[in-house]
Design a protein. Structure first.
Length: 337
């Protein structure tokens, strides 16, 4: 079977360009792959074009726009998900601009499709009391309970993304004072995060129990499942949900109904902000490119806003506030306006 130009360039884009030229993370590559799997499904179901017959000439601006509508209508995707899929398509056609410049007009038509504006959802976060309650649930006498409390407390203290936590290996931990952990974030960008003394003792004890302190295990995953395999994102979410349910049964008001691993990251950020930590330091801890991204926490902190307004408030109101009806001159002017 003859390979189509679409198959040829898409294969090179996903397998070579993203990893070798762009240094994209495995998660980014997987997200782009999923986008094109959906696009192939759409072209087959809606236009009757099988993947082995699909050529670049058939991928027009109109079809891409139709695909994005299909995602929202048929698959009930949110606008944010639509924009993620569009970003993957844009990346592919920016790549094609340099590989097939003779069709630049076609590629630029597709690149002109704008992202869809959408309202940002408010995010959940857990109070300090709620975090403490969750971390009290694992049974530390049980090996898996000790793993779970070590994992969850490290995820909170470092404000790490779930993928950053499951990617940690012993060589990324430094126990010498000051203790630090190296996290690999989006775009494979590394950052060094300090660890507090209590967290350091807990992590060191767990690693010694698991015999992860020997030189030959420097590249082993620190957190593993029952099969002694590297934890998955779903596995970590399951662990969090398990102890969140236990904590919620004791104090329902402290634990939000919807709680994800990213909520733990949000929670640490909010607690730092409420403690008076500068946004620039919080940005560095989170690994954000710009402090503008970190400002979502300042905008969300209603407690801090209220306290700032209360501290700045000066009462300028007289004892008796005249009503509009008693101000005849103003009322006459308004009636004749």
């Amino acid at each position: 079977m003859k390979t189509t130009d679409f198959a040829y360039y898409l294969t090179n884009f996903l397998s070579i360009h993203l990893s070798s030229k762009r240094n994209a993370s495995t998660n980014t590559i997987a997200s782009y792959r999923d986008t094109f799997m959906l696009f192939l499904l759409f072209m087959d179901n809606q236009h009757g074009i099988k993947s082995e017959k699909l050529s670049l000439d058939t991928v027009t601006k109109e079809k891409v726009e139709s695909f994005l509508d299909w995602l929202e209508i048929e698959r009930s995707c949110k606008s944010s998900t639509r924009n993620v899929r569009l970003a993957a398509i844009h990346s592919f056609f920016r790549y094609l601009q340099y590989k097939m410049p003779e069709k630049l007009k076609l590629w630029q038509d597709i690149l002109s499709i704008p992202a869809k504006k959408h309202t940002s959802d408010t995010f959940n976060y857990v109070s300090l009391e709620g975090i403490k309650l969750i971390l009290e649930q694992p049974n530390q006498e049980d090996p898996y309970g000790k793993r779970d409390v070590t994992l969850l407390s490290l995820m909170y203290d470092s404000a790490a993304r779930v993928q950053e936590i499951i990617d940690i290996t012993p060589e990324m931990i430094r126990f010498d004072h000051p203790s630090t952990i190296k996290l690999i974030g989006k775009g494979r960008k590394a950052r060094i995060v300090p660890m507090m003394e209590e967290q350091t003792r807990l992590l060191r004890s767990y690693m010694e129990d698991k015999k992860l302190t020997s030189p030959e295990k420097l590249k082993y995953p620190i957190f593993t499942n029952h099969k002694n395999e590297k934890m998955t994102r779903a596995g970590v979410n399951y662990i969090l949900a398990k102890y969140a349910d236990m904590a919620r049964s004791k104090e329902p008001s402290l634990i939000p109904e919807k709680l994800s691993c990213h909520c733990i990251r949000h929670s640490k950020s909010m607690h730092l902000l409420q403690a008076g930590v500068n946004l620039v330091y919080i940005r560095d801890l989170l690994g954000h490119e710009s402090v503008q991204t970190t400002q979502i926490y300042a905008r969300a902190d209603s407690k801090q806003k209220r306290e700032a307004l209360e501290n700045a408030y000066v009462n300028l109101s007289p004892d008796v506030i005249p009503t509009w009806q008693d101000n005849q001159d103003l009322m006459s002017w308004l009636k004749g306006f």
